[in-house]
Design a protein around this ligand. Sequence first.
Ligand SMILES: O=C(O)c1cc(=O)[nH]c(=O)n1[C@@H]1O[C@H](COP(=O)(O)O)[C@@H](O)[C@H]1O
Length: 232
Amino acid sequence: MQDPKVLVALDYADIDQCMAFVEQLEPGSCRLKVGKEMFTLFGPQLVKELHNKGFEVFLDLKFHDIPNTVAKAVAAAAELGVWMVNVHASGGRRMMEAAKAALEPYGDKRPKLIAVTVLTSMDQSDLLELGIELSPMQQVERLATLTKQSGLDGVVCSAHEAKMLKSLLGEEFSLVTPGIRPTGSAQGDQRRIMTPVEAVTAGSDYLVIGRPITQADSPAEVLTTINAELSA
Ligand SMILES: O=C(O)c1cc(=O)[nH]c(=O)n1[C@@H]1O[C@H](COP(=O)(O)O)[C@@H](O)[C@H]1O
């Protein structure tokens, strides 16, 4: 597989369980996402170990802070050699531009830089409580447009917004979609969900999938099935 679409979310509290899972995977079949739980528990060493095993890593720490702090944080991610890193679009234009500028010295070797729009665990009622009177679709459109104007490579959104964003922001602007649920798997805390094939058909470039794979009886088999469905 040339450019694997599945980014497996490694949300494990136990490093041995995590590595036993990783051992079952081929680096060509997926990329691995290290998020807040595992990075807090195991730090940059985990990322280095995954790199040593040949995997590309999406460092999902969703930075959101003043521009100077976020710029330094994404530069630190570039030093680690990760494939992708993210910030929250709601940190605003100056924060995103500072993050982008911090990666310029890394040239072709820089990680892809994307921004989270509206979390896939949120729906209209969550936005209302925050004082946002737009629908999730409208708020995603607003934040994704700002992200593109700030020069970033793409956004994290739900697959429900993928079709609208592809036609508005173009093919080259990457869409990374969590909230992916193969038919029959539990929704959990996710709200705006879609199946892998539906998401890619809608325009998703990369699918973030965690629990439906990592908590399956045979995780590697689930990943193989998803990849087969996607290439069919
Ligand atoms: O940035 C993310 O990856 C992310 C953004 C978002 O809006 N929703 C979301 O679920 N995620 C991450 O995607 C993963 C989804 O995991 P599962 O719900 O287990 O498939 C988790 O690691 C989340 O932190």
